[in-house]
Design a protein around this ligand. Structure first.
Ligand code: ZN
Length: 103
């Protein structure tokens, strides 16, 4: 089985939250020093921006004929350098359970 999926990137999300925080602090520093209109413009820069679903996930899992269960997962972002790989396999059944007994 193989599948692809898109979702929001955790690194892009963290970068966006940091950007919002910096913009909000920059606006707060100017409070009272600029016109209300300019202050509101600065606050607008702190509004959340839509990031979209840029994290592509590919994964494959299953059981092969010798009884091993495997999982391969990769997630990488189209926008930033976020990249994550995970692979694991385990014997699904004890090997003796897979051998045929005498009839
Ligand atoms: Zn990203």
């Amino acid at each position: 089985m193989s599948a692809d999926n898109y979702r929001k990137c955790p690194k892009c999300n963290a970068t966006e939250l940091e950007r919002q925080d910096k913009a909000k602090k920059a606006a707060e520093k100017k409070y009272g020093a600029v016109t209300p209109e300019e202050y509101m413009k600065l606050l607008d820069k702190a509004k959340p921006q839509s990031l979209g679903e840029t994290l592509r996930e590919n994964y494959e899992l299953g059981i092969v004929e010798d009884g091993r269960f495997f999982l391969h997962y990769r997630a990488s972002c189209d926008r930033c350098d976020f990249d994550f790989n995970f692979s694991h396999q385990v014997q699904a059944n004890p090997p003796h359970a897979l051998t045929r007994g005498t009839p």
